[in-house]
Write a protein of this length. Structure first.
Length: 285
């Protein structure tokens, strides 16, 4: 099958109930949708998308309420079902064929919802370190700590809240970091991305942190489509919260996790080697 080549990044918007979703397309080939997590947006995938654009039509988007994906009304706590529906509608708008999906962090939670509730839209999901803490043996303790992060935010503001959140997600890590990629992304592009991310902290802590953290993936539904879900963990993430959560998910699904370069943000630190690992997973589908 021949695919049209998109030589540069195209920016687009999709109207969905209650929001307008911003997304970017580059490359040619089968569709690969990338879902970011936390307060970050599609820009965080710039290096990875460039590494894959010669093989896939890469589509990265901002989840509703994040950066350039605007809400129709006032901000409110988001439901993961709604976020999963947004992803399904985006894939439908891209032509309706099942898409490869990479969801990282909270984007992995959205991807799991998408695969469970809209399996006809998913060719293969790679859920990279989804923070499904509800599956952990110490789930009650971890979720109580998430509530402490939220309380800190409400009491002291976004920066202290994010510091407490960062401490929580990094706790327990034991792996040594590798040397970072020598690739340097354009300074203007990085600056724009991180400026947008800084503007998302309040929305993330107020309206996304708890819904994403408290979301329980529908493991039984996902087991019904065993060929659709691959769980990824970071090589440098050993013992960290998201890595432990991902391992718990893989155990429930009865599958072996795939080890990706780097830690929770390995897609940004090692875009080329992360792309090769991802390509190996997608090629085996």
């Amino acid at each position: 099958m021949r695919y049209p080549t998109i030589s540069k990044t195209e920016s687009n918007a999709l109207k969905v109930p209650g929001a307008t979703i911003y997304y970017e397309i580059r490359g040619s080939g089968p569709t690969l949708v990338m879902i970011p997590g936390g307060p970050v947006d599609a820009g965080i995938f710039a290096g990875l998308a460039r590494s894959l654009a010669d093989r896939y039509t890469v589509v990265a988007y901002d989840p509703r309420g994040i950066s350039r994906s605007t809400l129709d009304g006032a901000s409110e706590d988001q439901q993961v079902d709604v976020l999963g529906d947004d992803a399904a509608q985006l894939i439908e708008a891209l032509g309706g064929e099942p898409a490869y999906v990479l969801g990282t962090s909270g984007g992995g939670q959205i991807g799991l919802n998408l695969a469970a509730r809209h399996p006809e839209r998913v060719r293969l999901l790679v859920a990279h370190e989804p923070p499904c803490a509800t599956l952990l043996p110490d789930a009650q303790q971890v979720l109580a700590q998430i509530e402490e992060v939220y309380a800190t935010y409400r009491r002291e503001g976004a920066r202290p809240g994010m510091r407490k959140f960062t401490e929580l997600v990094a706790s327990g890590g034991t792996q040594q970091r590798q040397h970072r990629s020598s690739r340097v992304e354009p300074a203007s592009e990085l600056g724009e991305t991180f400026a947008r991310i800084g503007g998302n902290l309040d929305y993330f802590l107020e309206h996304l942190l708890r819904p994403i953290s408290f979301y329980l993936p529908d493991v039984e539904a996902l087991r019904g489509f065993p060929e659709k879900v691959v769980v990824g963990i970071g090589q440098e993430s050993g013992g960290q919260l998201a890595s432990r959560s991902a391992l718990a998910l893989a155990s429930r699904l009865g599958t072996e996790p795939v080890v990706f370069p780097g830690d929770h943000g390995g897609y940004g630190a090692y875009p080329d080697s992360f792309a090769e690992t991802l390509q190996g997973v997608l090629r085996s589908e």
